[in-house]
Design a protein around this ligand. Structure first.
Ligand code: NOJ
Ligand code: CA
Length: 699
């Protein structure tokens, strides 16, 4: 607790070092009094803290019975009504009542840190912190701290269990944290605890109609306030789902474990941060750095070896069912095919070549029996040594693939030699995969028996970090599919570059239904709030497996700007790019690492426009997508450097474009533009627009 001023008298304590200015305290008191209007009649205010700009305030209250709650207000108006805190334990009385305030501390923090790669280079981390210590008045006199970090654009809080004789081994049956949204709201959500993990289409319903959902859960109140609940720094803990208790009151449900307790930890330890982002606009949610800021700084030291890149691969052919992962006449991962793919990558400037189906195991029932996979024995048609060397001779790297089918026990038993092999061959990025139904992860228990777990349970939070750390030791980056959700751990482990964790482009091949036009403007304001996604866009053929994509050509290009990931695939077949060289140019040009990112406009599920500045040049890029509605959006180009002129290379929908009837109507045009100009974007139904602003001479 170094650097935190300790209050001697908790009842009237205020910070004594690095604390809040008096004015702020006053404003805060007013906010708290307002909050109390909505609190249970006899609850006592215990502690409070306001954000640095005095936008948000958090108040902690204790009921006469000693039940703790917190609430959040914005500009004095309650956003999160009093919501309970606490735990159910498997082997001790629950920890949610008979508590008193044993101490409170506040401090302020303001720092700007640099991302090694990301949506923006510099991130400001500015918050006021309140720590409250809650101690039981009787019984075992157990204690738990709750730490709130209050930003102008959101709140994070976590529980910290101090080392104490009466609660050393903590076996959590359930977390009782609530989020009671005060005003009527609409919610965008996917179900939690279902077989298809995170790969569902988003539902849009009144919040009062959700059941059990994943986070980020995005909401918009009737008054237009945008709220998203998620978590940050999910380490050695179960992922948090949300279940509606009554009205608009949501409660944490931890992802299950086969072992009784959903989480078992030894004190001292802390939970992940529970996060509540709050903004006037949908764009405000997408621009927030709250999740990253709540993670610990880079733990890997020099990470200059983590390079953002673009890649192609032996992949879409399998999803189209023209090639196979396993042996046979259509096997994709053959020496000849892979050499051709390497040549294509080298010719067009792609760093990576992903090859799936390269190893032994795909000939079995791999979906159901993950133990079939070897991660060191290549398929006889794939000469890994020769292909890795050939790739390197052309300035290209193979990308490794470890499909585990969720058989974590099998994977962990081979992890070291598997990563050693890649390290030796210079294969410095690996896509992992956990294709198994929810609850179908197979892992070894302490007693050596097989146990079945969830993709986001405590065991998997440990597994993923173990893989990431082992990979980091070998300077390898990791990109899991069917992952655990993102909670911003890329800040601490910058080699955890991307992940899937939502419906990506593979659903356009075989999904029933394929991703509808509203999917991307939903993703941007839900799943993407958690971090980068390996969406694998760029299907310029617009053809799935016997079904068309619900997209125009321009939209496929816009996705590279709209969906952030430091690694981006050009997912279509090489021959489809060779037949569409003009739009392909944008995919070749677009970077994957940004100096800055701005949301110019957007509404959840309707449309969104991003502008992003290249980290390695003066160029800017714009991407805009709409749902099934045609839209005309005017954007001001005031983000451009006023001292330069720019050539805008515009890739847009043609006047008659429409994803359903005329998806290939597409125009490329050039215009001279400058800061101060505005552009009108005309997006077709299911369409989009992509622009590269090439910086010209100084003005
Ligand atoms: C699902 C992944 O999302 C996809 O990209 C991959 O091709 C298959 N699993 C096979 O590993
Ligand atoms: Ca998948």
């Amino acid at each position: 607790m170094s650097g935190i001023g300790r209050a001697t008298n908790p009842a009237c304590s205020q910070e004594d070092r690095g604390g809040l200015p008096t004015l702020l305290r006053l404003a805060n008191l007013i906010a708290v009094s307002l909050l109390l209007l909505g609190a249970p009649a006899r609850a006592q205010p215990a502690a409070s803290v306001a954000s640095p700009g005095n936008v948000l305030a958090v108040a902690v209250t204790l009921s006469p019975e000693g039940k703790p709650s917190y609430s959040v207000s914005r500009h004095g108006v309650v956003v999160i009504a009093p919501s309970r805190l606490g735990f159910l334990l498997t082997d001790a009385a629950k920890l949610d009542r008979f508590l008193s305030l044993a101490g409170q501390w506040t401090r302020s923090f303001d720092d700007t840190w640099e991302q090694p790669w990301g949506e923006r280079r510099f991130v400001r981390n500015r918050y006021n912190e309140l720590r409250v210590r809650l101690t039981e008045r009787a019984h075992a006199r157990r204690s738990v701290d709750v730490v709130f970090r209050v930003y102008d654009d959101g709140v994070g809080f976590r529980y910290e269990f101090p080392d104490q004789p009466s609660l050393r081994q903590v076996n959590i049956a359930e977390e009782l944290t609530e989020f009671a949204v005060a005003d009527p709201a609409t919610a965008w959500w996917i179900p939690a605890g279902e077989w298809n993990r995170y790969e569902y289409l988003y539902e849009t319903t009144p919040l009062a109609e959700v059941a059990q959902v994943h986070t980020p859960l995005t909401m918009r109140t009737d008054a237009g306030l945008h709220i998203a609940v998620h978590e940050a720094a999910l380490i050695d803990y179960a992922g948090m789902w949300l279940r509606r208790v009554e009205g608009q009151r949501l409660r944490a449900v931890l992802a299950p474990s086969s072992q009784g307790a959903k989480v078992s930890r030894t004190a001292p330890f802390h939970t992940p941060w529970r996060t509540i982002q709050i903004a006037d606009s949908a764009g405000g949610l997408a621009m927030s750095d709250l999740i990253l800021n709540l993670n610990e700084p880079n733990r890997l030291g020099d990470v200059s070896w983590v390079e953002p890149f673009k890649y192609v691969g032996v992949w879409w052919g399998m999803h189209l069912d023209r090639q196979s992962w396993g042996s046979g006449p259509n096997h994709g991962a053959t020496n000849a095919n892979v050499r051709r793919m390497i040549d294509f990558a080298a010719e067009h400037g792609f760093r990576g070549v992903l090859v799936e189906g390269w190893n032994q195991g795909w000939d079995g029932d791999w979906y159901n029996e993950g133990a079939v996979f070897s991660f060191t024995r290549p398929h006889p048609e794939f000469d890994i040594e020769a292909l890795a060397a050939y790739a390197r001779s052309k300035g290209v790297r193979l990308i490794g693939h470890h499909e585990t089918s969720g058989h974590v026990a099998n994977y962990e038993s081979q992890l070291q030699p598997a990563l050693d092999l890649y390290e030796r061959l210079g294969i410095d990025s690996v896509k992992t995969g956990y294709v198994a139904d929810g609850g179908g992860i197979q892992a070894l228990g302490a007693d050596g028996s097989l146990r079945f777990e969830w993709h986001d349970g405590q065991l998997m939070s440990r597994h993923h970090l173990m893989v990431v750390e082992e990979a980091a030791r070998r300077r390898i980056t990791i990109n899991p599919h069917e992952p655990i959700k993102d909670t911003g751990l890329r800040r601490t482990y910058p080699n955890w570059v991307s992940r899937e964790g939502a419906r990506g482009t593979e659903y356009d091949a075989w999904g029933s239904p394929p991703n509808p036009p509203e999917h991307v403007p939903e993703l941007v304001f839900t799943r993407m709030l958690s971090g980068p996604m390996d969406f694998t866009p760029g299907i310029l053929s617009l053809e799935g497996r016997g079904q068309p994509l619900q997209s125009t050509i321009a939209r496929q290009l816009a996705l590279y700007v709209v969906i952030y990931s430091p690694i981006q695939m050009a997912a279509d077949l090489p021959e489809n790019y060779e037949a569409a060289m003009a739009p392909f140019q944008f995919i070749k040009d677009v970077p994957t690492d940004w100096e800055d990112s701005l949301v110019l406009n957007g509404e959840v599920g309707d449309f969104v426009t991003f502008a992003r500045k290249d980290r390695n040049s003066e160029d800017w890029y714009l991407g805009s997508v709409t749902d099934e509605e045609a839209r005309t959006l005017t954007v001001e180009l005031d983000f451009l450097n006023p001292r330069r002129t720019y050539t805008a290379q515009i890739y847009r929908d043609g006047a008659a474009a429409d994803w359903e009837v005329n998806p290939r109507d597409f125009v490329i045009e050039r215009r001279q533009v400058a800061s101060g100009d505005s552009l009108t974007l005309r997006l077709a139904p299911g369409g989009g627009q992509a622009i590269r602003f090439v910086a010209g001479r100084r003005r």
